[in-house]
Design a protein around this ligand. Sequence first.
Ligand code: ADP
Ligand code: 2JD
Length: 291
Amino acid sequence: MSIESSVGKAFAPGHITGFFEIHDDPDPRRKGSTGCGVVIDGGIAAIVTPGEEKTEISLDGVSVNADTTRSLIEQIVDLPVHVECTSSIPIGCGFGASAAGALSTAYALNDAFSLGLTSNQLVEAVHIAEVSNGSGMGDVEAQYFGGVPIRKVPGCPPYGVLDRVPSPSFEVHCIVLGELSTGSVLNDGGFMREINSAGRSALRSLLSRPTIANFMELSKQFTLKCGLASDRVIDAIEAVGAAGGMASQAMLGETVFACSDGSVKEDVLEALSTFAEVTTYNVTSCYQHPG
Ligand SMILES: Nc1ncnc2c1ncn2[C@@H]1O[C@H](COP(=O)(O)OP(=O)(O)O)[C@@H](O)[C@H]1O
Ligand SMILES: CC(C)(COP(=O)(O)O)[C@@H](O)C(=O)O
């Protein structure tokens, strides 16, 4: 395919982190987070074409800086490109949008320009872009792994080690109450001490009982311990609990995510909808119930 006619298209899913711990390292490939979250069917789609004088990125039709995506592009191509992103997740609200935007762009560039890179190589480039911009620490590994990824060892392949909470597909219901900048939290030493100690003990407990119910409970305890939750986030989490469901804060966002047994789903949706509009996503996981 000639450069003039190259078009690449790809989609990458969002990832909601329930709890995490940051591990520093001078090597960006080894720096990252451990923790657990859910990969959802909403995410970011990218269409890539050759650019003219300079690289241009748009998000839902508006021209954006998109520093993480820009650093990713600079690592894998040396010509200007045009990237059109379309998002079905909120940006800056704990859905891993920066990683989803860069990962979909990476796949689309690989396709458009026949770069011949493997998935692991693309994930590595996105991971380096995320870590060096401070926009995420482990979302991209989770997004490429799918389901309910447990990040046991930080970093991109071959350093990071992942596993999954085994579960059939299920729904998560989300409300967004505001934005929270990932960078500002990661740079706050006070928050990070609480986060790291709470994240470490949550991972240990999850590995001794890897179920969705335990993941939700540990995520809630993490939220309460690390001191990031606003009163409204805590009120919404409690309202879901009172309706018979389980909820926690999406890290790092002013967002609440919830799941429930089918029997109380309507009550959980009603409780959440008193705070904000509810969006439901699907989490595809390891296996199906036989019926
Ligand atoms: N391709 C992209 N699509 C959407 N947002 C992107 C993209 N690349 C970088 N970003 C940036 O990512 C930032 C949001 O990331 P962050 O604050 O980590 O929140 P989250 O990842 O939870 O959405 C936004 O400022 C946005 O401009
Ligand atoms: C929690 C966070 C550090 C940030 O997540 P987000 O705000 O969604 O980019 C994530 O990247 C992780 O490593 O778990």
